[in-house]
Design a protein around this ligand. Structure first.
Ligand code: AMP
Length: 430
Protein backbone atom coordinates (compact mmCIF):
# COMPACT_ATOMS: atom_id res chain seq x y z
CA UNK A 1 0.00 0.00 0.00
CA UNK A 2 1.36 3.45 -0.74
CA UNK A 3 0.07 6.51 1.06
CA UNK A 4 0.23 10.06 -0.20
CA UNK A 5 -0.20 13.38 1.57
CA UNK A 6 -3.93 14.25 1.47
CA UNK A 7 -5.11 16.33 -1.51
CA UNK A 8 -4.32 20.01 -0.98
CA UNK A 9 -1.58 19.35 1.59
CA UNK A 10 2.15 19.09 1.07
CA UNK A 11 5.35 18.16 2.82
CA UNK A 12 7.93 20.85 3.33
CA UNK A 13 11.13 18.90 2.86
CA UNK A 14 14.54 19.77 4.30
CA UNK A 15 15.58 21.04 0.85
CA UNK A 16 12.88 23.73 1.12
CA UNK A 17 12.83 24.42 4.83
CA UNK A 18 15.64 26.96 4.71
CA UNK A 19 13.39 29.35 2.77
CA UNK A 20 10.65 28.97 5.34
CA UNK A 21 12.99 29.52 8.24
CA UNK A 22 14.45 32.57 6.54
CA UNK A 23 11.00 34.10 5.96
CA UNK A 24 9.85 33.26 9.48
CA UNK A 25 13.08 34.71 10.89
CA UNK A 26 12.50 38.00 9.10
CA UNK A 27 8.90 38.07 10.37
CA UNK A 28 9.83 37.37 13.99
CA UNK A 29 12.50 40.06 13.95
CA UNK A 30 10.06 42.53 12.42
CA UNK A 31 7.49 41.76 15.12
CA UNK A 32 10.08 42.40 17.84
CA UNK A 33 10.88 45.75 16.26
CA UNK A 34 7.20 46.73 16.03
CA UNK A 35 6.31 45.45 19.52
CA UNK A 36 4.04 42.53 18.58
CA UNK A 37 4.14 39.43 20.83
CA UNK A 38 3.57 35.92 19.63
CA UNK A 39 0.34 34.13 20.50
CA UNK A 40 -0.28 30.42 19.88
CA UNK A 41 -3.88 29.30 19.87
CA UNK A 42 -5.29 25.78 19.30
CA UNK A 43 -5.53 24.40 15.76
CA UNK A 44 -9.22 23.69 16.33
CA UNK A 45 -11.97 25.67 18.01
CA UNK A 46 -15.68 25.32 18.67
CA UNK A 47 -17.41 25.61 15.28
CA UNK A 48 -19.66 28.41 16.56
CA UNK A 49 -16.67 30.72 16.98
CA UNK A 50 -16.00 30.82 13.24
CA UNK A 51 -19.67 30.93 12.30
CA UNK A 52 -19.98 34.00 14.52
CA UNK A 53 -16.56 35.56 14.01
CA UNK A 54 -15.91 34.98 10.30
CA UNK A 55 -19.58 35.36 9.32
CA UNK A 56 -22.33 32.92 8.31
CA UNK A 57 -22.58 34.18 4.75
CA UNK A 58 -18.88 33.92 3.87
CA UNK A 59 -17.39 31.33 1.51
CA UNK A 60 -15.17 30.15 4.34
CA UNK A 61 -18.03 29.27 6.67
CA UNK A 62 -20.41 28.14 3.93
CA UNK A 63 -18.10 25.89 1.95
CA UNK A 64 -14.57 25.65 3.23
CA UNK A 65 -14.48 24.55 6.85
CA UNK A 66 -13.18 21.22 8.11
CA UNK A 67 -15.84 20.56 10.71
CA UNK A 68 -16.13 17.35 12.70
CA UNK A 69 -17.68 15.94 15.83
CA UNK A 70 -15.39 14.69 18.57
CA UNK A 71 -16.16 11.60 20.62
CA UNK A 72 -18.34 13.64 22.96
CA UNK A 73 -20.38 14.97 20.02
CA UNK A 74 -18.94 18.49 20.21
CA UNK A 75 -18.80 20.27 16.87
CA UNK A 76 -15.22 21.41 16.29
CA UNK A 77 -13.54 23.08 13.29
CA UNK A 78 -9.93 23.19 12.15
CA UNK A 79 -9.16 26.91 12.11
CA UNK A 80 -9.66 28.39 8.63
CA UNK A 81 -8.02 31.65 9.79
CA UNK A 82 -6.69 32.93 13.08
CA UNK A 83 -8.34 36.27 13.80
CA UNK A 84 -11.41 34.71 15.43
CA UNK A 85 -9.16 32.50 17.59
CA UNK A 86 -7.05 35.46 18.73
CA UNK A 87 -10.22 37.39 19.59
CA UNK A 88 -11.51 34.38 21.55
CA UNK A 89 -8.26 34.19 23.46
CA UNK A 90 -8.21 37.97 24.06
CA UNK A 91 -11.66 37.64 25.64
CA UNK A 92 -11.12 34.39 27.51
CA UNK A 93 -8.04 35.81 29.24
CA UNK A 94 -9.62 39.26 29.74
CA UNK A 95 -6.70 40.92 27.98
CA UNK A 96 -8.94 43.95 27.45
CA UNK A 97 -8.13 44.76 31.09
CA UNK A 98 -4.42 45.04 30.26
CA UNK A 99 -2.90 48.29 28.99
CA UNK A 100 -4.04 48.89 25.40
CA UNK A 101 -3.23 48.44 22.60
CA UNK A 102 -2.57 44.72 22.84
CA UNK A 103 -0.56 43.58 19.82
CA UNK A 104 -0.16 39.95 18.76
CA UNK A 105 1.30 37.93 15.94
CA UNK A 106 0.99 34.30 14.90
CA UNK A 107 2.56 31.93 12.39
CA UNK A 108 0.94 28.58 11.69
CA UNK A 109 -1.20 26.29 9.57
CA UNK A 110 -4.79 27.11 8.55
CA UNK A 111 -7.25 24.73 6.92
CA UNK A 112 -9.76 25.45 4.16
CA UNK A 113 -11.57 23.04 1.90
CA UNK A 114 -10.55 25.09 -1.14
CA UNK A 115 -10.03 23.85 -4.71
CA UNK A 116 -6.29 23.05 -4.74
CA UNK A 117 -4.05 24.64 -7.39
CA UNK A 118 -0.72 26.44 -7.46
CA UNK A 119 -0.75 28.83 -4.49
CA UNK A 120 -3.99 27.43 -3.11
CA UNK A 121 -3.97 24.59 -0.62
CA UNK A 122 -6.20 22.94 1.93
CA UNK A 123 -3.56 23.23 4.61
CA UNK A 124 -1.56 26.43 4.22
CA UNK A 125 0.40 28.71 6.50
CA UNK A 126 -0.36 32.22 7.50
CA UNK A 127 1.57 34.87 9.32
CA UNK A 128 -0.73 37.44 10.82
CA UNK A 129 -0.95 40.24 13.33
CA UNK A 130 -3.90 41.46 15.36
CA UNK A 131 -3.88 44.70 17.36
CA UNK A 132 -6.68 45.66 19.74
CA UNK A 133 -7.74 48.66 21.72
CA UNK A 134 -7.60 51.79 19.61
CA UNK A 135 -9.51 53.14 16.65
CA UNK A 136 -6.63 55.47 15.76
CA UNK A 137 -5.83 55.43 12.04
CA UNK A 138 -2.16 55.37 13.08
CA UNK A 139 -2.64 51.74 14.08
CA UNK A 140 -4.08 50.84 10.65
CA UNK A 141 -1.05 52.55 9.17
CA UNK A 142 1.35 50.68 11.46
CA UNK A 143 -0.06 47.30 10.40
CA UNK A 144 0.17 48.24 6.72
CA UNK A 145 3.68 49.70 7.15
CA UNK A 146 4.85 46.56 8.91
CA UNK A 147 3.53 44.34 6.09
CA UNK A 148 5.12 46.65 3.57
CA UNK A 149 8.45 46.51 5.44
CA UNK A 150 8.31 42.73 5.40
CA UNK A 151 7.82 42.52 1.65
CA UNK A 152 10.58 45.09 1.09
CA UNK A 153 13.03 43.26 3.33
CA UNK A 154 12.63 39.94 1.54
CA UNK A 155 12.93 41.63 -1.84
CA UNK A 156 9.29 41.51 -2.97
CA UNK A 157 9.37 45.23 -3.52
CA UNK A 158 7.03 45.58 -6.48
CA UNK A 159 3.76 44.41 -4.95
CA UNK A 160 0.74 46.57 -5.41
CA UNK A 161 -0.90 47.72 -2.19
CA UNK A 162 -4.61 48.18 -2.80
CA UNK A 163 -6.66 49.95 -0.19
CA UNK A 164 -10.29 50.83 0.40
CA UNK A 165 -12.73 51.72 3.12
CA UNK A 166 -15.65 49.31 3.51
CA UNK A 167 -17.55 51.63 5.86
CA UNK A 168 -19.02 50.82 9.24
CA UNK A 169 -22.23 49.59 10.79
CA UNK A 170 -23.73 53.05 10.34
CA UNK A 171 -23.01 53.73 6.67
CA UNK A 172 -22.86 50.22 5.24
CA UNK A 173 -26.54 49.21 5.51
CA UNK A 174 -27.64 52.14 3.33
CA UNK A 175 -24.90 51.34 0.83
CA UNK A 176 -25.89 47.65 0.85
CA UNK A 177 -29.37 48.76 -0.14
CA UNK A 178 -27.98 50.83 -3.03
CA UNK A 179 -26.09 47.75 -4.27
CA UNK A 180 -29.24 45.61 -3.97
CA UNK A 181 -31.21 48.21 -5.93
CA UNK A 182 -28.53 48.42 -8.61
CA UNK A 183 -28.39 44.66 -9.22
CA UNK A 184 -32.12 44.03 -8.76
CA UNK A 185 -32.86 43.97 -12.49
CA UNK A 186 -29.50 42.52 -13.52
CA UNK A 187 -29.54 39.30 -11.54
CA UNK A 188 -29.64 37.04 -14.60
CA UNK A 189 -26.36 38.60 -15.77
CA UNK A 190 -24.52 37.64 -12.55
CA UNK A 191 -22.63 34.36 -11.96
CA UNK A 192 -24.33 31.72 -9.80
CA UNK A 193 -22.13 32.51 -6.77
CA UNK A 194 -23.21 36.14 -6.98
CA UNK A 195 -26.86 35.10 -6.90
CA UNK A 196 -26.15 33.73 -3.44
CA UNK A 197 -24.07 36.81 -2.55
CA UNK A 198 -27.00 38.99 -3.57
CA UNK A 199 -29.11 37.28 -0.92
CA UNK A 200 -26.49 37.05 1.80
CA UNK A 201 -23.67 39.52 1.34
CA UNK A 202 -24.21 41.87 -1.61
CA UNK A 203 -20.95 43.79 -1.09
CA UNK A 204 -19.02 40.71 -2.17
CA UNK A 205 -20.49 40.96 -5.67
CA UNK A 206 -18.19 43.96 -6.08
CA UNK A 207 -15.01 41.93 -5.95
CA UNK A 208 -16.20 38.91 -7.92
CA UNK A 209 -13.58 38.08 -10.55
CA UNK A 210 -16.06 36.45 -12.96
CA UNK A 211 -16.09 38.19 -16.36
CA UNK A 212 -19.87 38.47 -16.33
CA UNK A 213 -19.90 40.25 -13.00
CA UNK A 214 -16.86 42.42 -13.76
CA UNK A 215 -18.63 44.06 -16.69
CA UNK A 216 -21.48 45.20 -14.45
CA UNK A 217 -19.41 46.43 -11.57
CA UNK A 218 -18.14 49.52 -13.41
CA UNK A 219 -21.42 51.37 -13.02
CA UNK A 220 -22.32 50.05 -9.57
CA UNK A 221 -22.62 52.69 -6.84
CA UNK A 222 -19.29 53.40 -5.17
CA UNK A 223 -18.90 52.99 -1.44
CA UNK A 224 -16.45 55.89 -1.50
CA UNK A 225 -19.34 58.24 -2.30
CA UNK A 226 -21.46 56.79 0.48
CA UNK A 227 -19.16 56.68 3.51
CA UNK A 228 -20.29 58.45 6.68
CA UNK A 229 -18.21 61.39 7.78
CA UNK A 230 -16.29 59.43 10.40
CA UNK A 231 -15.34 56.67 7.93
CA UNK A 232 -14.37 59.20 5.25
CA UNK A 233 -12.13 61.10 7.70
CA UNK A 234 -10.58 57.87 8.98
CA UNK A 235 -9.81 56.74 5.43
CA UNK A 236 -8.21 60.01 4.41
CA UNK A 237 -6.10 60.00 7.60
CA UNK A 238 -4.79 56.50 6.85
CA UNK A 239 -3.92 57.59 3.31
CA UNK A 240 -2.13 60.71 4.53
CA UNK A 241 -0.09 58.70 7.08
CA UNK A 242 0.87 56.29 4.32
CA UNK A 243 1.89 59.27 2.19
CA UNK A 244 4.10 60.61 4.96
CA UNK A 245 5.81 57.21 5.20
CA UNK A 246 6.28 57.19 1.42
CA UNK A 247 4.31 53.97 1.08
CA UNK A 248 2.80 53.67 -2.38
CA UNK A 249 -0.78 52.41 -2.71
CA UNK A 250 -3.66 52.45 -5.10
CA UNK A 251 -7.18 53.12 -3.91
CA UNK A 252 -9.49 50.37 -5.18
CA UNK A 253 -13.10 51.08 -4.33
CA UNK A 254 -14.09 47.55 -5.36
CA UNK A 255 -11.93 45.87 -2.75
CA UNK A 256 -14.12 44.26 -0.09
CA UNK A 257 -12.21 41.06 0.92
CA UNK A 258 -13.76 37.72 1.73
CA UNK A 259 -14.34 38.09 5.45
CA UNK A 260 -17.40 39.76 6.89
CA UNK A 261 -15.85 41.38 9.88
CA UNK A 262 -13.98 44.24 8.23
CA UNK A 263 -15.00 47.84 8.91
CA UNK A 264 -13.40 51.00 7.53
CA UNK A 265 -9.91 50.11 6.21
CA UNK A 266 -9.46 47.05 4.00
CA UNK A 267 -6.25 46.39 2.09
CA UNK A 268 -4.48 43.76 0.07
CA UNK A 269 -0.94 43.19 -1.25
CA UNK A 270 -1.16 41.89 -4.80
CA UNK A 271 1.57 40.39 -6.98
CA UNK A 272 1.53 40.78 -10.74
CA UNK A 273 3.48 37.51 -11.06
CA UNK A 274 1.28 34.93 -9.37
CA UNK A 275 -1.64 34.68 -11.80
CA UNK A 276 -4.98 33.73 -10.28
CA UNK A 277 -3.66 33.44 -6.71
CA UNK A 278 -2.22 36.93 -6.75
CA UNK A 279 -3.11 38.05 -3.24
CA UNK A 280 -0.11 37.60 -0.95
CA UNK A 281 -1.77 39.08 2.07
CA UNK A 282 -4.50 41.33 3.22
CA UNK A 283 -6.29 42.69 6.20
CA UNK A 284 -8.12 45.58 7.66
CA UNK A 285 -9.92 47.05 10.61
CA UNK A 286 -12.59 45.12 12.49
CA UNK A 287 -14.15 47.42 15.05
CA UNK A 288 -17.17 45.22 15.88
CA UNK A 289 -15.60 41.78 15.94
CA UNK A 290 -14.73 41.64 19.65
CA UNK A 291 -18.28 42.64 20.50
CA UNK A 292 -19.74 40.14 18.00
CA UNK A 293 -17.73 37.44 19.79
CA UNK A 294 -19.25 38.43 23.13
CA UNK A 295 -16.75 40.97 24.49
CA UNK A 296 -16.78 44.66 25.35
CA UNK A 297 -16.69 47.09 22.39
CA UNK A 298 -13.01 46.99 21.36
CA UNK A 299 -11.68 48.20 18.02
CA UNK A 300 -9.06 46.13 16.24
CA UNK A 301 -7.00 45.86 13.09
CA UNK A 302 -4.98 43.04 11.54
CA UNK A 303 -3.36 41.45 8.52
CA UNK A 304 -2.75 37.86 7.34
CA UNK A 305 -0.31 36.69 4.71
CA UNK A 306 -0.13 33.38 2.91
CA UNK A 307 3.39 32.05 3.36
CA UNK A 308 3.17 29.50 0.51
CA UNK A 309 2.45 32.38 -1.84
CA UNK A 310 5.26 34.48 -0.39
CA UNK A 311 7.64 31.57 -1.03
CA UNK A 312 6.28 31.01 -4.54
CA UNK A 313 6.91 34.67 -5.30
CA UNK A 314 10.45 34.39 -3.90
CA UNK A 315 11.06 31.28 -6.05
CA UNK A 316 9.99 33.18 -9.13
CA UNK A 317 12.73 35.69 -8.32
CA UNK A 318 15.32 32.90 -8.09
CA UNK A 319 15.75 33.53 -4.36
CA UNK A 320 18.75 31.63 -2.94
CA UNK A 321 18.35 31.03 0.80
CA UNK A 322 21.94 29.86 1.16
CA UNK A 323 23.00 33.49 0.82
CA UNK A 324 21.21 34.17 4.10
CA UNK A 325 22.40 31.03 5.85
CA UNK A 326 24.15 31.29 9.20
CA UNK A 327 27.82 31.69 8.59
CA UNK A 328 29.17 28.25 9.40
CA UNK A 329 32.41 26.51 10.03
CA UNK A 330 33.37 23.15 8.57
CA UNK A 331 36.00 21.08 10.36
CA UNK A 332 38.01 19.09 7.81
CA UNK A 333 40.40 16.33 8.82
CA UNK A 334 43.58 15.84 6.81
CA UNK A 335 44.87 12.50 8.05
CA UNK A 336 43.76 9.26 9.64
CA UNK A 337 41.09 8.49 12.24
CA UNK A 338 43.31 9.63 15.11
CA UNK A 339 42.36 13.20 14.24
CA UNK A 340 38.66 12.56 14.86
CA UNK A 341 39.04 12.98 18.62
CA UNK A 342 40.56 16.46 18.32
CA UNK A 343 38.18 17.36 15.45
CA UNK A 344 35.19 16.50 17.61
CA UNK A 345 36.56 18.56 20.53
CA UNK A 346 37.06 21.60 18.29
CA UNK A 347 33.57 21.27 16.78
CA UNK A 348 31.93 21.07 20.21
CA UNK A 349 33.94 24.01 21.47
CA UNK A 350 32.73 26.12 18.52
CA UNK A 351 29.11 25.14 19.07
CA UNK A 352 29.37 25.98 22.75
CA UNK A 353 30.64 29.42 21.74
CA UNK A 354 27.45 29.91 19.66
CA UNK A 355 29.11 29.25 16.31
CA UNK A 356 27.39 26.78 14.02
CA UNK A 357 29.90 24.07 13.10
CA UNK A 358 30.01 20.70 11.36
CA UNK A 359 32.58 17.94 11.26
CA UNK A 360 33.41 15.55 8.44
CA UNK A 361 32.05 12.08 9.22
CA UNK A 362 32.70 10.46 5.90
CA UNK A 363 36.44 9.85 5.95
CA UNK A 364 36.78 11.71 2.62
CA UNK A 365 39.99 13.04 1.13
CA UNK A 366 40.84 16.64 2.04
CA UNK A 367 40.14 17.66 -1.55
CA UNK A 368 36.60 16.28 -1.49
CA UNK A 369 35.99 17.74 1.98
CA UNK A 370 36.94 21.18 0.62
CA UNK A 371 34.64 20.65 -2.37
CA UNK A 372 31.80 19.69 -0.02
CA UNK A 373 32.41 22.80 2.13
CA UNK A 374 32.40 25.03 -0.95
CA UNK A 375 29.24 23.54 -2.36
CA UNK A 376 27.41 23.91 0.95
CA UNK A 377 28.45 27.54 1.40
CA UNK A 378 30.49 27.14 4.56
CA UNK A 379 32.18 30.43 5.35
CA UNK A 380 35.26 29.07 7.06
CA UNK A 381 37.04 25.72 7.03
CA UNK A 382 39.28 24.53 9.81
CA UNK A 383 41.86 22.06 8.51
CA UNK A 384 43.40 19.76 11.05
CA UNK A 385 46.37 17.56 10.09
CA UNK A 386 49.03 15.57 12.01
CA UNK A 387 51.41 18.53 11.95
CA UNK A 388 48.81 20.97 13.31
CA UNK A 389 47.77 18.49 16.00
CA UNK A 390 51.37 18.28 17.21
CA UNK A 391 51.73 22.08 17.20
CA UNK A 392 48.40 22.66 18.97
CA UNK A 393 47.25 24.69 15.97
CA UNK A 394 44.90 24.48 12.97
CA UNK A 395 44.79 25.96 9.48
CA UNK A 396 41.89 28.37 9.00
CA UNK A 397 40.67 28.94 5.45
CA UNK A 398 38.40 31.84 4.59
CA UNK A 399 36.13 30.49 1.86
CA UNK A 400 35.14 33.97 0.70
CA UNK A 401 38.62 35.13 -0.29
CA UNK A 402 40.63 31.88 -0.21
CA UNK A 403 43.09 33.20 2.42
CA UNK A 404 44.55 30.57 4.71
CA UNK A 405 46.54 30.99 7.91
CA UNK A 406 47.78 28.96 10.84
CA UNK A 407 46.08 29.77 14.14
CA UNK A 408 46.99 28.56 17.62
CA UNK A 409 44.22 26.47 19.18
CA UNK A 410 44.04 28.82 22.17
CA UNK A 411 43.26 31.78 19.87
CA UNK A 412 40.88 29.87 17.57
CA UNK A 413 37.46 30.93 18.90
CA UNK A 414 38.35 34.63 19.06
CA UNK A 415 39.82 34.51 15.58
CA UNK A 416 36.73 32.81 14.13
CA UNK A 417 34.38 35.29 15.77
CA UNK A 418 36.41 38.15 14.38
CA UNK A 419 36.41 36.63 10.87
CA UNK A 420 32.65 35.93 10.88
CA UNK A 421 31.98 39.45 12.04
CA UNK A 422 34.07 40.80 9.20
CA UNK A 423 32.20 38.60 6.72
CA UNK A 424 28.89 40.19 7.59
CA UNK A 425 27.03 38.59 10.45
CA UNK A 426 27.78 36.45 13.43
CA UNK A 427 25.83 33.30 14.23
CA UNK A 428 24.15 35.03 17.17
CA UNK A 429 22.91 37.87 14.98
CA UNK A 430 21.62 35.63 12.21
P1 AMP B 1 -7.63 35.69 4.06
O1 AMP B 1 -7.48 35.05 5.42
O2 AMP B 1 -8.66 35.00 3.21
O3 AMP B 1 -7.75 37.17 4.12
O4 AMP B 1 -6.26 35.40 3.30
C1 AMP B 1 -5.05 36.00 3.63
C2 AMP B 1 -3.96 35.42 2.78
O5 AMP B 1 -3.84 34.01 3.03
C3 AMP B 1 -4.24 35.48 1.28
O6 AMP B 1 -3.82 36.72 0.77
C4 AMP B 1 -3.40 34.35 0.75
O7 AMP B 1 -2.06 34.76 0.59
C5 AMP B 1 -3.46 33.33 1.86
N1 AMP B 1 -4.43 32.26 1.57
C6 AMP B 1 -5.77 32.26 1.74
N2 AMP B 1 -6.32 31.09 1.38
C7 AMP B 1 -5.29 30.30 0.97
C8 AMP B 1 -5.19 28.95 0.47
N3 AMP B 1 -6.25 28.16 0.34
N4 AMP B 1 -3.96 28.48 0.13
C9 AMP B 1 -2.86 29.27 0.26
N5 AMP B 1 -2.89 30.53 0.73
C10 AMP B 1 -4.09 31.05 1.08
Amino acid sequence: MSFKAPRGTRDILPSEIEKWQYVEGVLRKLCREYGYSEIRTPLFEETGLFARGVGEGTDIVEKEMYTFKDRAERSLTLRPECTASVVRSFLEHKLFNEPQPQKFYYIGPMFRYDRPQAGRYRQFHQFGVEAFGTSSPVLDTEVIAMSNDFFQRIGLDDLNLEINSVGCKFCRPAYNQLVLDYYKNKLEKLCTDCHIRYERNPLRILDCKNEKCLSLVQDAPSLADNLCEECATHFSSVLSFLDSLNIRYSVNHRLVRGLDYYTKTAFEFVSAELGAQSSLGGGGRYDNLVEICGGPPTPGVGVAMGLERVILALDKRGFDPSLYRDKRVFVALAGDDKLQHEGLLITQELRRAGISAELDFMGRSLKSQMKFAGKNNFSLVIILGEKELKEKAVLLRDMQNGEQEEIKRSKLIDKIKEKLKRQGKTTEEA
